[in-house]
Each structure stands twice: as structure tokens, then as C-alpha cells.
Ligand binder design. Structure first.
Ligand SMILES: [Zn+2]
Ligand SMILES: [Zn+2]
Length: 91
């Protein structure tokens, strides 16, 4: 019998299963009891979409789907937008 250590998804701290924890009714996820940024009431910041910012989503997608770095994506986006503008003019 040992203590289960878990990683809090909000502050990324490890915390013992037996220690104080906070539970989100929305996603049924347990967070550590010390999370200040969490302020978990009935739902956590993830459920309230507070953490789902365009920057956070992009950073996640780059790692998850092995996309080029943000700078490169911005360059590709810019080129694509410029190309679109030129093709629109010819129509
Ligand atoms: Zn939640
Ligand atoms: Zn935490």
C-alpha cells in the first residue's frame, strides 16, 4: 500500500492521492488541493474554457500534430493569404 502520486493538470505539480484534492463536476477530473489558478468551484477553468486560448491551442497543436514552429506557420499563413489576394484579383 503506497501513496499514489498524480500530476495536477492545471499547475502540473505532483500531489498525493490521499492529500487535499479538488474535484471538477464538469470533466470528472481531480486536481491538487493547492491550485491557486484553479479556483475550482463547480467546474474547473478547462471546463469554463478559460484555458482554451488561441495561443494555448496552437502551442498544443504544434506538439500534438508535429506542426512546424509558430514562426514558420505564421510565414506560411502570410504567404497563403497573399496568394489568395492575388488569385481573387484575377477572378
Ligand atoms: Zn472540468
Ligand atoms: Zn494544481
Amino acid at each position: 500500500m503506497g501513496v499514489d502520486w498524480k500530476v495536477c493538470q492545471l499547475c502540473e505539480e505532483t500531489y498525493p492521492d490521499c492529500g487535499p484534492t479538488q474535484f471538477c463536476e464538469g470533466c470528472k477530473t481531480t486536481f491538487c488541493g493547492y491550485c491557486k489558478e484553479a479556483e475550482i468551484g463547480e467546474t474547473c477553468p478547462l471546463c469554463r474554457y478559460e484555458m482554451v486560448t488561441p495561443d494555448a491551442v496552437l502551442a498544443w497543436a504544434i506538439v500534438k500534430y508535429k506542426l512546424p514552429p509558430k514562426k514558420e506557420l505564421e510565414e506560411l499563413y502570410r504567404k497563403d493569404m497573399l496568394a489568395k489576394e492575388t488569385s481573387d484579383e484575377t477572378q
